[in-house]
Every structure is written in structure tokens, then in C-alpha cells.
Design a protein around this ligand. Sequence first.
Ligand SMILES: [Ca+2]
Ligand SMILES: [Ca+2]
Length: 390
Amino acid sequence: MTLLQTARTGPFAIALLIATLLSSGAPGAGAGSGLPGDADCDGDVSSIDAALILQHSAGLLSTLSCPEASDANNDGSVNSLDAALVLQLDAGLIDTLFSGHWRQGASMPTPRTEVTSAALDSVIYVIGGFRATGGNSDVVEAYDTASDSWSAKAPLPARLDHAGAAAVGGKIYIIGGYTSLAQGVVSSATYEYDPAADVWAERAPMPLGRAAAATVALNGTIYVLGGVGPQPTTPLAYDPATNTWRELAPMALDREHLTASAVDGKIYVIGGRRFVTQNVDTADVYDPGTNTWQPIAPLPTARGGLASASLDGLVHVVGGEDLSPGGSTFPQHEIYDPRSDAWLAAPPLPTPRHGLTAQAIEGRLYVIGGGPRPNLSVSGAVEILEPGTP
Ligand SMILES: [Ca+2]
Ligand SMILES: [Ca+2]
């Protein structure tokens, strides 16, 4: 049982935990550190702070010396998740508590969902997707993170939704997607975009078509993982230098609407869904050096239609959708720490949505577009995660 689960087990377990923790010492006097997790402001984050946060969230303690610091993950509420994070930190299971807050950027001119994106320097290219009318799109719009402004680029050679994108060597590659979701037509096309010339070219197609896959670049190679299409557990790798594709060792679980990000030479493949409505918490790591897969700690909130980006050695996972009857979209923002194989709860997305895209640039996470409601709805939202507290 993890500490996170311990903290969620109920009042009895919480009371027991408080008793255990308080027996190890008394809360320190307030010194006003403001350090995330330091609920008693004594300049030290320890299990005492976790006990205080738990007492407060259980209604046993009416005030906290450092209310802001007690919100360890800075998501606007003080609860057992904050206590669990403090305990994880105190036990050495995680290195840092995540601190960050969201702000809005300039909205995308063409609101879309089921988009893809790639980043070059300080610019994020948001490509294809569904428009509000439900038709798929060849629209390419570029968001300059430095100036918080948008510009239109040469359209895609085809209308695509649920495509993949990655940047290698100063070019952007668009891979697969649906040319017609309604008719189930999955593309195997590869397109290359030259941002200097604002021109698209066709490259060698995938040996197997793919839509709603995870696409990520690592060390000059583009990996396409999972998704819808023939042999969906067979990942594919594209080398832009030789314009060739190859097949990789199969994934354990066939799933689509998943996400992937690379950290330190490995690819973390997270979440997704099966049979349309079955969201999964499955998470694996792929090592390109050995062409092998290993399971990692499962995603805390099972879901597909999510997005991710790696930032400072952590994988930030945002959004998603539940397509079962009465389902909704997810505000969840969860962070995977590969060093500890642990997940951290983080400030949720201001606008819950699915079919969105995420990129990390210069210490900030940018989350763009997507549908605020399950199925077809669109948004032009640009939500930016800034480090630290507001
Ligand atoms: Ca403390
Ligand atoms: Ca919190």
C-alpha cells in the first residue's frame, strides 16, 4: 500500500496515522518559511507537517500556521493529498514537492480538438484537429511563447485529426491520424514541415496506419506508440535522416488515445483507453537502447484523451475524457517522477478538456486547445503553468 493510498483510506486510518506521527514529536514554533508542505512554518518539511495537514482536513484542527504552505501541491485546497505528498517527500520517495500555478495565454485563433503539436525554439505549432462544426482540419497555427501571439502557417497537405507530431533537426513531422474518423479511415502518411520556408513535403509513409497514437521524438528518432490501426501493439520508429521506418518490440497492452514523453533517454507511455469507453491507468517505460518495455507506477487517474510533456526531468500529464454514459472531461494534472517511480498531484487544469496538446518550453508548460466536453466540443484555450506560487 502506498502512502497516497494510506492517506485516502478513511477517517480511522487518518486518525491512526496522526497518532503515530504525533508520537514522534511536537509541532515546531512558527518561523514563517512558506516552504511548500511546511504546515507549521518551522522551516522544515516533515511528517509532523503531514499530521497537521491531515488533522486540519479531518476537521480536528481549525487553523494552520502556514495555510499557503499547507497546500503542498498548490492546487487551491488543503487535503489528504497534500499530506500524502509531504509524507512521500519525508520518506525520500520523491525529491521535491511540485509548486506551480496556471495563467491564461492568448487564445488560439481557430478553436480545435484532437489536435497535435510540435515545438521548435520558442514556437509551438498546433496542427489539424476537429473544428467546432465537426469537420477535420488542415489548419496550422503557430504560438510564439515569447510574444504570446499567434500566426497562421501553410496548411497541412491533408485534413487530419488525431495525428501525431514531433520535431527533429529543425523540421516538424506529422504522422498518421484519421482522414475520416466517421468512416474509420486511418492514415499512414508522413509529412515534413520546414518552418523557414513554410512548406510541407510528403515523406515515406508508415508501414502500418495509425491514429490516436502517442508520438514522441528522442535522439533524432520519432516513436509512434499505441493507437488505432493494424497491429496496434507494434510501435513504429521513423528516422528522418534516412527517411525509413522500422517496427519495435510490442507493447503489453493494446490501447489508444494515450500519451508519451521522453526523459533521460527513455520514453514514458501513459494512460489511454480500450474499446472506446474503457479508460486505463496503464503506464510503461520503453528503453530504445535495449528495445524493451517495463511497467511503471500506474497513472493515478485512469483516462484517455490526455496530453503530456516532459519538464525538468518530470512528465506532466494533463486532461482526458470519460466517454462512458454521463462521463465528463478531466481537470487532472499529475506528474510522474522517473527517479522515484512515483506520481505527484499537481494544480489541476483551469479548463478540464480532452484532445488537447502540451509542450514544455523554458521551464513552462503550455496546454493548448481540446474539447471541454466529451466527444465534439472545441476550445482555443492556452493555459500556461508557471513555476512557483502566484
Ligand atoms: Ca514543518
Ligand atoms: Ca492541495
